[in-house]
Write a protein that binds this ligand. Structure first.
Ligand code: SAM
Length: 487
C-alpha cells in the first residue's frame, strides 16, 4: 500500500494502534486504554465504545501500564492485520503480569471470528465483544469484574448505534466520521466483512442529521459519512436492507436512499464539507453523482474500489459489474463532475489471476488514472467463499511483483493528477500543522489532496483559498490568498 500524507485519511496508517484519548471527566475513576486497527469504521466504532464507557465511570489513558481495562478494536481483513493484533495481545499479557488487576478485551472483527479461540483455547483475553454488541459492554464489564470471562458476539439485524452520541477520540476538532450503514451484503468472495460485521442495515437519517448538526455546533467543518457500501444506504423505518422488498407501500414511499441522504445532510449544513466512503461501483447510481454536482459542499472525490481490471477475475470475486460498466461509470462521473478525484482499492494475486488478468488491471488503471490508490496482495481469509472454493494458487513472489507494478503505476498517475492542480486557486480546509514543517498548515482541497502552505494569520478550521505552486505525487504546495467565502 502507498503510504503518504494524502492517503492516510482513508486507512489512517498514522493512527493504527495509537491509544485513543478523550476529554477527562473528574467524576470517572477507572482507566480505559483503547487501541484501534483497520478501517475508518473501526475508529468510528471505538468512539461509540468510549462514549458508552465514559458513562460507566471510565476515563481514557494513553499509558497502558496504568489501565484498568485495555480494549483493542480489531481488523480481520488481511492476515497481517490479525498478526499485528496478536502481537499486541502478547504485550498486554506481559503488562498484566505487573498489573494483575488489568482486564483485556477484544472488540470488532477478530472478536467475531476468533471468539472461542481467544477465550477458551488460548485464554489470552477476559472479554470478547463483536461489532454489534457494544451496548452490552456495561453488563460484560460487570461479568469480568466479578471474575468471569465475558462474551457477546451476536450480530444484529437492526443495531446502528443511532442513539449513541459518539465522543471524538484524538480529534483535530475539524473533521469527523459519521457512520450511516453497518454490515455488508455484497458477498465479494475474498472478503470477510459480511461474516464479521453481519448483514447490511442503515441508520435513521434523523439521527444522522442530529449528529452532523451537533458536530457543526461544536466547531467541526467536515464530516465523512461511513459505511462498507454507502451507495447502498436505504432507510425505510429500520431493518435489514435485504428485507426492503417485504416493506409496506407506506414504508417504501417514505424511504430515503443515499442520494437523498446526501442532499439532506448537504442542506442541513451548507457550510460544512461532506465526504463519504466507501462506494461500490455496482451500487453507485447517477443520482448520487448528480447530487454531488448540485451541492458545492459535497466534496468532489469518490473512493471507488475496483479490485481488478479483468472481467474474469471480477466475476470470480463476485463483483457485480464488468470492466466496461466501470468505465461507463467513470465516464459519467467525469462528464457530470469534471474535476472529481477518484481513488481505487486493488487486490493482486487473487486465485487463478494470470499475467493477462494483471495486464487488464494495469490497462484499467491507465484508463482511469486514479488520484490515489490502496493496493493489497491477496490474503486468503478463513470462511470466505474464495477460501472454501478456490486455491490460493498465485505464488507470493508473483503477488509481490504484480503489487509493486501497480503501486509504481499508481505513483505515476498520482503525480499526473497532482500536476493538474498547478496554478489553480483551490479552497482548502486547514486540519492542523504540517508534519514536516511547523511553519506550514496542512489541509485538503475538495478532491482530498493534501495541501501545504505557510501559516500566516490563518487558523485550524479556516477555509482558505490557496494558490497551488508546486507538487509532489502526494502533496500540493501553495500560498494562501484569502479566506474563502465559506468562512
Ligand atoms: N467495502 C469496500 C469494498 O469492497 O468496496 C471496502 C472493504 S475493505 C474494508 C477495504 C479493502 O480491503 C477492499 O476494498 C479490498 O481491496 C481489501 N481487501 C479485502 N479483503 C481482502 C483480502 N482477502 N485480501 C487482500 N485485500 C483485501
Amino acid at each position: 500500500m502507498i503510504k503518504d500524507e494524502s492517503v492516510e485519511k482513508m486507512i489512517d496508517e498514522s493512527q493504527q494502534g495509537t491509544p485513543l484519548a478523550l476529554q477527562h471527566n473528574d467524576k470517572n475513576t477507572r482507566k480505559l486504554y483503547i487501541e484501534s486497527y483497520g478501517c475508518q469504521m473501526n475508529f468510528s466504532d471505538s468512539e461509540i465504545v468510549a462514549s458508552i464507557l465514559s458513562k460507566e465511570g471510565f476515563n481514557t489513558t494513553q499509558l497502558l501500564e496504568e489501565a484498568d481495562l485495555v480494549l483493542v478494536n480489531t481488523c480481520s481483513i488481511r492476515e497481517k492485520a490479525e498478526q499485528t493484533v496478536r502481537k499486541r495481545l502478547e504485550k498486554f499479557n506481559a503488562v498484566k503480569k505487573i498489573n494483575p488487576g488489568m482486564k483485556v478485551g477484544v472488540l470488532g472483527c477478530m472478536a467475531e471470528r476468533l471468539k472461542s479461540k481467544f477465550l477458551e483455547e488460548e485464554k489470552i483475553v477476559d472479554m470478547v465483544v463483536g461489532p454489534d454488541a457494544y451496548k452490552d459492554l456495561p453488563n460484560l464489564i460487570q461479568e469480568i469484574d466479578e471474575g468471569r470471562n465475558a462474551v457477546n458476539v451476536i450480530l444484529s439485524k437492526d443495531e446502528t448505534y443511532g442513539d449513541v452520541a459518539p465522543v471524538r477520540l484524538n480529534s483535530n476538532g475539524v473533521t469527523a466520521f459519521v457512520s450511516i450503514t453497518r454490515g455488508c451484503d455484497n458477498m465479494c468472495t475474498f472478503c470477510v466483512v459480511p461474516f464479521t460485521r453481519g448483514r447490511e442495515r442503515s441508520r435513521d437519517p434523523q439521527s444522522i442529521l442530529e449528529e452532523v448538526n451537533d458536530l457543526w455546533e461544536r466547531g467541526f467543518k467536515e464530516v465523512t459519512l461511513l459505511g462498507q457500501n454507502v451507495d447502498s444506504y436505504l432507510w425505510y423505518g429500520g431493518g435489514l436492507k435485504k428485507d426492503f422488498e417485504k416493506a409496506s407501500e407506506m414504508q417504501k414511499a417514505i424511504s430515503v436512499n443515499f442520494a437523498k441522504l446526501l442532499e439532506m445532510v448537504a442542506e442541513a449544513q451548507p457550510k460544512m464539507r461532506i465526504r463519504f466512503s466507501t462506494s461500490n461501483p455496482q451500487d453507485m447510481t447517477l443520482d448520487v453523482i448528480e447530487s454531488m454536482a448540485k451541492y458545492d459542499n459535497i466534496c468532489k472525490y469518490i473512493h471507488l474500489p475496483v479490485q481488478s481490471g479483468s472481467n474474469r477475475i471480477l466475476k470470480e470475486m463476485n463483483r457485480l459489474h464488468t470492466r466496461e460498466e466501470y468505465f461507463e461509470l467513470i465516464d459519467n462521473i467525469k462528464k457530470i463532475i469534471p474535476d472529481c478525484a477518484i481513488s481505487q482499492d486493488m487486490i493482486t494475486g487473487f486465485p487463478t489471476e494470470t499475467e493477462e488478468d494483471h495486464q487488464d488491471t494495469l490497462s484499467l488503471m491507465e484508463y482511469v488514472k486514479y488520484d490515489f490508490g490502496f493496493m493489497f496482495a491477496y490474503s486468503e481469509r478463513p470462511g470466505t467463499l474464495a477460501e472454501r472454493k478456490m486455491e490460493d494458487d498465485v505464488p507470493e513472489e508473483t503477488k509481490k511483483r504484480r503489487l509493486s507494478e501497480i503501486i509504481d503505476l499508481q505513483q505515476k498517475h498520482a503525480h499526473f493528477r497532482t500536476q493538474e492542480h498547478l496554478g489553480k486557486v483551490e479552497e482548502v480546509l486547514i486540519e492542523g500543522p504540517s508534519k514536516r514543517s511547523d511553519a506550514h498548515w496542512m489541509g485538503r482541497n475538495s478532491q482530498n489532496t493534501v495541501v501545504i502552505f505557510p501559516k500566516e494569520h490563518y487558523q485550524v478550521g479556516d477555509f482558505v483559498n490557496v494558490k497551488i505552486n508546486e507538487c509532489t505525487s502526494a502533496t500540493l504546495i501553495g500560498e494562501a490568498l484569502e479566506y474563502s467565502k465559506n468562512n
